[in-house]
Write a protein that binds this ligand. Sequence first.
Ligand code: WT7
Length: 665
Amino acid sequence: MPAENQGAATDIQSILQEKRVFPPPRDFAASAHIKSLDEYRAMYDRSLEDPEAFWAEAARELHWYKPFTRVLEWKLPDARWFDGGLLNACHNCVDRQIEAGHGAEVAIIWEGEPIGAGGRPEIRRLTYDDLEYETAKLANVLDGLGVNRGEVVTIYMGMVPELVIAVLACARIGAPHSVIFGGFSATAIADRVTDAKSKVIITCDGAWRRGKIVSLKDNVDEAIHLASGVVSHTIVLKRCGNKIRMVEGRDHDWHEVMSQAEPDRDPTPMNAEDLLFILYTSGTTGKPKGIMHTTGGYSVYTYLTAKYIFDLHHGQNQVYWCTADVGWVTGHSYIIYGILPNRVPTFMYEGAPNHPEPDRFWDIIERHKVTQFYTAPTAIRAFMKWGEEHPGKHDLSSLRLLGTVGEPINPEAWMWYHRVIGGERCPIVDTWWQTETGGILITPLPGAIPTKPGSCTLPFFGIDAAVVDEQGVEKPANTGGLLAIRKPWPGMLRGVYGDRNRFIDAYFKRIKGMYFPADGARRDEDGYYWIMGRVDDVINVAGHRLGTMEVESALVSHTSVAEAAVVGMPHEIKGQGLAAFVTLKTGQTATEDLRTELINHVAREIGHIAKPDQLRFTDALPKTRSGKIMRRLLREIAEGHAPRGDTTTLEDFSVLAKLRENEES
Ligand code: WT7
């Protein structure tokens, strides 16, 4: 399990002592893009000595309408990459493949969740030609609704091919997209469309999840009401056939508008630094931040990282599958933008891993002959719990590479993945990155870098990573510190939408002159990175980032709540869960019903992913004399320990005793 490392990061002592080393399998290395550690090191050194030459060369593997005239301009915290260049991200994913004569090749393989009559799921294959036809039409539909270049379009859909079409259609006309994960609530959508001033939402009637329908359109209706006056149009794809309300003049049926749309629409040549998308992610305040990524740098970075890290080779019958939802950055970068330009089919699955049975993923891998499989540690821990018999029923010999992302992977889960899924023959890439980094920064290269279970190993080309103290001074080997990135890279965020100060404060203030990702880490004697988790009030629940402040704000927005504190606690499957401590307003009584009501209230305010795993009522919260909530104590209580360490700054000792009593009762 990832340890709780919030607090004094520079004093982190790692107790993890993992000694196993797995060299890249010889036959894998022989055919890989990067074939040895020496080759990696030579290329890495070159990328740091002359980053501009390195990235210019990489950028030229993509299509530019007009070549860039300057590779990098860096005035901390602002990076500009590939200035003067014109390109289009949709063109690089789609049109470029057609122009090179590959239009009839499969770009996306999609499988729906429901198992239909005859025991078969619905499967769709879309070629680059199909993608061009559909994105061009949708681009024209968006034009028709008055969406201009630079105006944000919100996308709130299930995992259907039309979600990718929607993303790419926005890119085609230079309208930045803001994809909202289908698990978020109406309030969360309303906050985001308001922040982005987004006039158009592309959505579905519903989404399939574990045999049930999640009614997305109902949430959109409520969000439009809450964000009064912001949204003027929706486009609604009918996927599940659930009953929905369509407002005349506002809501448009996807199939209807698409059947009337012209199928020709050239991609708009965009400036390299034009906004490609915003993606909201949690931070340390109650308000999510809109992370901004631009067209040139992000396209180049995701393309190149995907190529080397997943070892993508077109024309070799590879089928690459990333199990993330497009609603998260992993889906943006490594289902769509990094994969399609590499011309390897990207596989997409609509639903839950255990529907109808816990072997669904393994069944998919066998039937579609998946070669690269990228998932999250939390999923792996669930698979372990469900049992080896499920993968055991299937032929997984098509797999040649495995990947993980989202949180530190515990060595036990790593070993299980290696043995049971990888058949001890597949390299595992444990990829460290963030919404803000756009793409993977620290990772094994599968044919070159020996792996150690639990370590994300070494930095990618061009990434100048370090473990430092608060002053930015490098820590000695095997001592915990703050992870920092000392030089800009093309995929880095360009800002927080509408909030310049937050951009600077969150990422460039704590360590002078460097990008601070808010993770603690240590480097071992071989230079390998071991990520120790967040050092801010952000918690990684099942690989999804949640701000404790956001959940606290949701709780106190309930009429009966006076104060709330939320902390992380270890969770067998999710890695970390949420524990909430709540004090009620005078006159309110703590009951089981109220507990349930509050948990559901959080789901309504944010989404089901934010539901606390524990919720305790308390008369008061433990605070220091200056009024700061003592989260460390709460964490210890949530873990079921008696609080250790220093409690002398506690304002009211009786509070602590009461919290513990409630625990025991
Ligand atoms: C945070 C970023 C990157 C896409 C998914 C999450 C944690 C991510 C790893 C890893 C250890 C990891 C970090 C990071 N994290 N990957 N391989 N090993 N920790 O994106 O929601 O922006 O969260 O996830 O704590 O800061 P995100």
